[in-house]
Design a protein. Sequence first.
Length: 106
Amino acid sequence: MDKLPLTEIVVELRRQLEEARKRAEDGRLKLTVEAIDLELQVTASSSTEGGGSFKFWVISGDARTKVAAESIQKVHLRLKPHFVNDAGNTDPLNIQDDRGIGSAAP
């Protein structure tokens, strides 16, 4: 695949962080994720459907040779993930976190 929707990149990152947290529940080493910095090369395309919105596409290595250099932009995202329990309370995301969903913070 040459272009990936930016939304899919963020959704997959969220899924993988949740998977890492689940896999490390029994571990003794705790890693707190304070921030995730992503620097992506993107291109935008417009659509006349749905009110003329833009969609951002992340360019993979293969697509860089097919897309004109002047149409590629760098986007820097700083994401700060948090663990949200069933009550809606948030804590920093700990990759090793033995709390179950709905448990109070230690």
